[in-house]
Design a protein around this ligand. Sequence first.
Ligand code: IMP
Ligand code: MG
Length: 181
Amino acid sequence: MINDIEQIVFTKEQISETVKRLGKQISDDYKGKNLLLVTVLKGAVVFLTDIMREITVPCSIDFMSVSSYGSGAKSSGVVKIVKDLDINLEGYDVLIIEDILDSGRTLNYIKDLLLSRNPRSVRICTLFDKPEGRVAPIEPDYVGALVPNGFIVGYGLDYNEKYRNLPYIGILKKEIYETNG
Ligand code: IMP
Ligand code: MG
């Protein structure tokens, strides 16, 4: 796997510090609220399991699965719900936990969908943000780190379902996704 990585951009330690900082911010902001962390499978699962343990206020978790990317590296703009949430959102302060915000098409769709279910609030926490890629009118409320255009993998992020288990974030070599994607 390491041979497919151009460069490591966030080490395990850097990610851990970022996650701690976000967890502290969220814990401060959600005192006295009814926090529900909503995670979009599968990429954000690694981030969720780390950040939930940095959150010191009561919280619940739920999952949904959508497909927007297929197996390639470019967003198709088509968002399909593959698995919906189990929890009824009424009375919850929803915080969407995302791995990476790129075009924003996926989250724009999901945020509107969740808002239509009468939660108290819906906000977005993304570990990584690629602001240059933005197409949809959506901004995250919490951002771990900005990343430049280019394809990153690791810490839950995949390319063709691979590399999710890397403990760091690396830039995938261009030849990997340009020849297969
Ligand atoms: P968006 O709808 O374009 O914002 O797509 C966001 C989703 O695309 C993320 O949740 C990831 O699953 C995927 N994605 C976007 N950029 C990357 C990347 O650099 N590496 C891995 N997955 C990515
Ligand atoms: Mg994703």
